[in-house]
Write a protein that binds this ligand. Structure first.
Ligand SMILES: *Cc1c(COP(=O)(O)O)cnc(C)c1O
Length: 376
């Protein structure tokens, strides 16, 4: 750090230059994040100093968090849900498994996750010392329920289902997992980090939430498809007993116990989440999801004309295309200014069709992709 500070103008011009190096979302088809809604941005700014790590000092912000949890509980069919707003899907998954582990007290615990699980479960294995066993997928990239069953042993404490896989946007058979969890007396965590703000708003109905009696926790990220600001993840448990398992005493705060992973944490993104949920309502999200699905199908129709097929028919706004040598297609797209990504197995081109994309840039993207496929 310099001894003498720089004037504000100098600092701001440095920031402008650096911001100019970031890729604008309009060119990004590889991310599950997007521009936050303007009302979320304003709410974020208004609550910028609020620290939910010490909620007794921020009674209004603390009320907002309880209200967001209640709204999400209702969205996922559980008015009794308890939880909090985390920093994202990773923290939600960590804390869900953390609570399960503490509740069970098994000496060498394991959980069973789909092979398609997000890499946050590898962090969980490392941090929580819970063995993570991976069950293979069926031909449609849903977890194979009989393989999950085969992996259950005396040390298994829980199973995980994914409602909206990061790579394929596929939904695991959560009803079957719920039945299995009940029969085997196991916890069932549903990772709907991405799908939590897509699935409820699709015209097709999928069972994936607390309406299924075996589901004990749900993760759903407001900073992905709900237009909130980063960091905002939702973690909900079926009832308060799970949060109790995460409790530590807090000697010098306005409250006597804390259940969150972070200490000091943002009230701003919680206020942003509240603002955008209140403002958009179910109808607003239905419109957004419908538009993303139209763009997804429009893009698919266009590339199909050029002979490019999807690995699965898109269930949500994630499109995985079967292209030979996906890595080189990805770098050629990058040369043309597009950020796309790839899946691990099979090696295919992965596109997330987020609300920041328009019909016009989808067509331009499709033209570039078809051109690369036919001419290299
Ligand atoms: C994005 C995602 C995560 C991780 O969420 P972060 O907010 O990046 O921590 C976890 N699970 C699924 C299914 C996801 O799509």
């Amino acid at each position: 750090m310099n001894a003498h500070g720089a004037d504000e103008e100098t600092v701001e011009s440095i920031l402008d230059e650096l911001k100019g190096r970031d890729t604008p979302y309009e060119r990004i088809l590889s991310s599950m994040c997007t521009y936050p809604h303007p009302i979320a941005v304003r709410a974020h700014q208004r609550f910028i100093e609020a620290n939910l790590g010490d909620p007794g000092l921020f009674a209004g912000t603390a009320w907002i968090e309880r209200e967001v949890v209640r709204m999400l509980g209702l969205l996922y069919n559980n008015p009794e849900a308890h939880g909090y707003i985390t920093t994202g899907g990773t923290e939600s998954n960590i804390q869900a498994i953390h609570a399960i582990r503490n509740a069970r007290g098994v000496r060498e615990p394991n959980i069973i996750v789909p092979a398609s699980a997000h890499f946050s479960f590898d962090k969980i294995a490392d941090i929580l010392r819970v063995k993570v066993k991976k069950a293979d997928l069926d031909p449609d990239f849903r977890v194979d329920i009989s393989l999950v069953e085969d992996l259950i042993d005396d040390n298994t404490i829980g199973i995980v289902g994914i409602a909206g896989t990061t790579e394929f946007g596929q939904i695991d058979p959560i009803k079957d997992l719920s039945d299995l969890a009940l029969a085997a007396n196991l916890f069932l965590h549903v990772d709907a980090a991405f799908g939590g703000f897509v699935i409820p708003f699709l015209p097709e109905k999928y069972e994936f939430d607390f309406a299924l009696p075996g589901v004990t926790s749900v993760a759903a990220d407001p900073h992905k498809m709900s237009f909130s600001t980063i960091p905002a993840g939702g973690l909900l448990f079926r009832d308060h007993s799970y949060m109790d398992r995460l409790s530590v005493d807090t000697p010098y705060l306005s409250v006597t116990a804390q259940q969150t992973l972070s200490g000091t944490r943002s009230g701003a993104s919680v206020a942003a989440t509240y603002a955008v949920l209140r403002h958009l309502g179910r109808e607003g999200y239905e419109r957004i999801v419908q538009r993303c699905m139209e763009l997804t199908r429009g893009l698919l129709d266009r590339v199909r004309e050029a002979g490019i097929e999807p690995v699965i028919e898109p269930v949500m706004n994630v499109l995985v295309l079967d292209v030979p040598d996906a890595d080189s297609v990805r770098s050629k797209l990058k040369e043309r200014g597009w950020e796309a990504s790839i899946t691990r197995d099979p090696h295919a081109l992965r596109l997330v069709i987020m609300p920041h994309l328009t019909h016009e840039n989808m067509f331009r993207f499709a033209d570039d992709l078809c051109d690369i496929m036919s001419h290299g």
